[in-house]
Write a protein that binds this ligand. Sequence first.
Ligand code: AMP
Ligand code: GLY
Length: 422
Amino acid sequence: MERILLIGSGGREHALSAALLRSTSCEKLWVAPGNPGIARDAECVQLNASDHLAVAKFCLKNNVTLVVIGPEQPLAEGLADALREENIDVFGPSQAAAQLESSKGFSKDFMARHHIPTAPYRRFTSAQHADARAYAAEHALPVVVKYDGLAAGKGVVVATTHGEALDAIDMMYDGVFGDDGIVIEGFLSGQEASVFAICDGRDMITLAPAQDHKRIGDGDTGKNTGGMGAYAPAPIVTASHRETIRERIVRPLLEGMHEEGTPFIGCLFCGLMIDGDDVNVVEFNVRFGDPETQAVLSVLDADVAALFASAARGSLDASTVRSTQIGYACNVVLASKGYPDAYAKGLPITGIDLAEADPHVIVYHAGTTEVDGELRSNGGRVLGVTATADTLRDAVARSYMAVDKISFDGKVFRIDIAAKAL
Ligand code: AMP
Ligand code: GLY
C-alpha cells in the first residue's frame, strides 16, 4: 500500500488526485498545496515545493512511500533529486532529465543525437543575437522562434513574416524571460496531438492520445492559453502512429537518456505534429499536460498508484493497467473573462453540484479558492468540466450540458472542444 504525496494545485493535479484515490494501492494521499476541489477528498498540506528540505522532512515524518510531482517548475529545480537522496521514491524526472522541457536547445540537440523526428533547427546562445537575426532573415516562412528556457508557455512565436521573426528575436534577447539564448526552427504543418508515456527509465506504457485546444477563441483563433479543453482518445492518432511514437520517439529517447546517464522516470509528454503518416516532435514536456490529463486519466482503467510506484522504482508493472482507453472523455475549461490577459478574481461560483449530479461528470478545480465557505474564482482557468461516455459525441454533449449548469460572472469557454474529431 502506498502513502503518497502529490505536488501541485491545478486541474491536472485534481485529476491526478482523483485517479490516485480510485487506486486500490493508495492507502493515504496528501496534496501540497492542492485546491478546494482536491480538498474534498484528499488532505491538503501547505508545503513549499521549492523548499526541498521541508518536503523531504514531511515525507520522512509521515512515512510517505511515493512522491508524485505535477508541475515542471519543481522538477526543473531538482526536487526529485533531493528526495531520491533521502531514499524517497519519486514519480518524476531528475533535474538533468527535466532539461528535455526546461531547455528547448537541450531537447533539440538530444533529438538530433538520437535521430528522433523533429523540425530542423539552429540553436543560438545569449551572445549570438546578431547571428540569430541573420539566420532568421534568410529562413523560409513561416519560421518558429523559441526562447531556450522555461517561459510559462509564452516563449514561442510562429512568425509568418521576417519582420515578425526579427521582432520576436529582439524581444527574447531583451531579457524578458532571462538570458538562455534561443532556438530557430522550421515550421511543421499538420494537427497537434499529445501522447503521455509512463516511463521507468527503460520501459514505457503510452496512454490514450489527446488533443488540447491552446487558443482562447473558437476555431483556434486569438491568443495562446494554457489550454482551453481536451479530449481523449483522439482518433487523429491511429494505431500506426502510436507504434511510430513508441518505437521512433519514446524508445530512442529512453535509450538515449539511459546511455547519457540521465534515465527518464516519470510522465513523458510528447507534443506531436501529425501530418499524414508523418509524426514529428514539436516539444517534450517532463510531466502530465493540463488540460489533457483530465481527459486521459478519465479513460484510463488502472491502479494508477501502483503504476506510478512501479515506474518510480524502475520496474514498470503493466499488470496495473487494465485498459488505457475505456470509452471517451471530454474536458471543457471554464475560464475568467479577460484570460489569458488580466481578469477578475474572487467571483462566486455556483452549480458544480448540479453539474456533478450526472455520475459521468467530474468538475476539476483549477483556479478556485474558498472564502468563508463559499467557492470563488481565483485564476484564469477556473474549472475543467469533464464527462465520459461510450462515444466521443456523447462525452462532448454531456460536458456541455454540465457546463451550462455552472455559473460565475465572466465565465468563458470554447464551444468547439473536440469538434475537429466529430
Ligand atoms: P512549444 O512550447 O514548443 O510546444 O510551442 C508552442 C506551440 O507553438 C505548439 O503547441 C505549436 O502550436 C507551435 N509550434 C511550436 N513549434 C512549432 C513548429 N516547429 N511548427 C509549427 N508549430 C509549432
Ligand atoms: N496542455 C499543454 C501543457 O500542459 O503544456
